[in-house]
Design a protein around this ligand. Structure first.
Ligand SMILES: Cc1cc2nc3c(=O)[nH]c(=O)nc-3n(C[C@H](O)[C@H](O)[C@H](O)COP(=O)(O)OP(=O)(O)OC[C@H]3O[C@@H](n4cnc5c(N)ncnc54)[C@H](O)[C@@H]3O)c2cc1C
Length: 447
């Protein structure tokens, strides 16, 4: 039994690294998106790429590039307002959860230009914060002039005024990973309920207008990604502080729902398309933190990403935004969706766990930036406003989170299917999960 399980775990590894040349397509062919897609194969609904191509190009090209990119100084410091100012209901008292709390990190972690005009804001003195130690820590620095050449503009899709630096803090994302925090129960449920029931209800089965589906799919895809990250880095034993994967959680919340998996891939392709559309802007942007070597690396990685020949050959148009808002009701529909997205962005101030709020705000700003690039355009389909530095940081970090989730879903779905196939029907659900954990332990100990 163990031999079979190990073999199955090893085949998934080999398949994950298979050659992408198999999936190259003719990039001159026009984009006709077939409607139907199966579980994890075939065309992703409302997109122009299939699962296999996305898995392959993501594993070989996008994920390694993005992982390196977000670790560079330019992309790891994010400016954010973390104060609890929920505009919809009184604070629910969840802001003090230890696992979600925010604290200040030593100044010597930040690049020199970030220390100019340093004014600590909203500093919690409750907990010490050291790299790699606390699951709860968030670093803060206030910065008013670290990056030159970037404009201060407000994002028309989000609620926060990005030009207002009052109460803004800088956070080192590398030492504040998005993972399990313990935030759950009525507070978390209330946010997701408000998001889905009031702002982006699920569209009826058979809805043919892509415009009416897009917001729900983007949010559901982001929700899937958040759940996958919770399952990927989970606190298994609180007393011994043992962290590890929780495949059952990934399965229960995402993998066993084909539509949630579809929506994750959709969101990934939507954001990827926005990055490709902004290629020229991103290529010429200034990536300056005062560390020449690292800044050149950021710039070079961005160029490798936006002009990647393998990506352009495999999936030249991940999502076709030109098809949207064409009908008579297009402008009105766009306005409604913009208002709904703004509401969702305001709801991030109600998230009762500071670290979840940080990642919620970053990813919503990232999505807002993708929406701005794709939909806030002039009559030549060119973005009507320049991008702000913080928007670019949010956009690329969001793409990295989605890329990581897609990679995990691809790997875990394969593994889970194999295991379930092997042990059913003789075993119970619990023993399936025991088997998966066993594979993971064996896999980890063999590396
Ligand atoms: C913005 C935000 C960020 C968060 N970040 C973190 C974090 O970093 N770490 C952490 O540990 N917790 C985080 N949480 C909490 C986490 O998302 C869950 O709410 C919590 O773990 C409880 O999960 P649950 O099983 O009750 O289901 P939830 O994930 O809360 O889902 C609630 C309901 O939404 C529906 N649903 C679930 N997934 C989808 C989907 N993909 N598409 C459509 N509908 C869906 C289902 O009906 C489900 O019952 C965050 C919450 C929010 C609102």
């Amino acid at each position: 039994m163990i031999t079979v399980l190990m073999a199955s775990a090893m085949t998934y590894d080999r398949r994950a690294s298979s050659s992408i040349t198999l999936f190259f397509k003719d990039h001159n062919s026009s984009c006709h998106c077939p409607k139907v897609s199966q579980k994890y194969t075939g065309i992703i609904e409302d997109c122009c790429c299939d699962f296999e191509t996305v898995d392959s190009i993501n594993g070989e090209v996008l994920h390694p590039l993005l992982k390196e990119l977000v670790a560079t100084p330019f992309f790891r410091y994010f400016k954010v307002k973390l104060g609890c100012r929920c505009p919809f209901w009184p604070e629910d008292g969840m802001c003090r959860l230890r696992d979600c709390s925010v604290c200040e990190c030593p100044e010597n972690e930040f690049p020199e230009p970030f220390k100019k005009n340093f004014h600590p804001a909203l500093i919690s003195t409750d907990f010490m914060c050291q790299e790699g130690k606390s699951q709860a820590s968030v670093d803060r620095t206030v910065d008013n002039g670290a990056f030159r050449g970037w404009v201060e503009t407000d994002n028309p899709w989000t609620n926060d005024d990005e030009t207002d630096n009052d109460d803004m803090t800088y956070v080192n994302l590398q030492i504040n990973p998005e993972r399990y925090t313990g935030y759950s129960g009525p507070s978390a449920r209330r946010i997701w309920d408000a998001v889905y029931t009031e702002n982006c209800p699920k569209y009826p089965e058979g809805e043919i207008f892509q415009e009416k589906k897009v917001l729900y799919k983007l949010i559901s895809g982001l929700h899937s990604s958040i759940s996958i990250h919770i399952g990927a880095e989970y606190l298994l034993h609180e007393l011994t502080n043992q962290w590890g994967e929780n495949p059952e959680l990934m399965n229960d919340r995402v993998l066993r729902y084909p539509d949630r998996v579809q929506n994750l891939y959709f969101t990934f392709l939507f954001v990827l398309r926005s990055v490709m559309k902004a290629a020229n802007y991103l290529e010429h942007a200034e990536y300056n933190t005062g560390n020449n070597e690292e800044d050149m690396k950021s710039h070079s990685l961005v160029k490798q990403l936006v002009h990647n020949s393998k990506l352009q050959a495999a999936c030249p148009l991940p999502f076709d935004e030109a098809k949207l808002w064409q009908g008579q009701s297009g402008p009105e529909l766009k306005q409604t969706i913009q208002m709904q997205f703004k509401n969702i962005s305001a709801l991030m101030d109600c998230v009762g766990c500071e670290k979840c709020r940080l990642w919620g705000k970053l990813q919503i700003l990232g999505l807002g930036t993708a929406l701005k690039i794709l939909f806030s355009v002039d009559d030549k389909n060119h973005p009507s406003e320049p991008l702000q530095r913080n928007e670019v940081i949010a956009l690329l970090n969001l793409l990295n989170r989605l890329s990581e989730s897609v990679k995990l879903v691809h790997e875990k779905a394969d593994m889970i299917e194999n295991v379930v196939h092997i042990v059913e029907p003789a075993s119970t659900k619990t023993s399936v999960w025991q088997s998966i954990n066993q594979i993971m332990r064996l896999g980890n100990s063999s590396t």
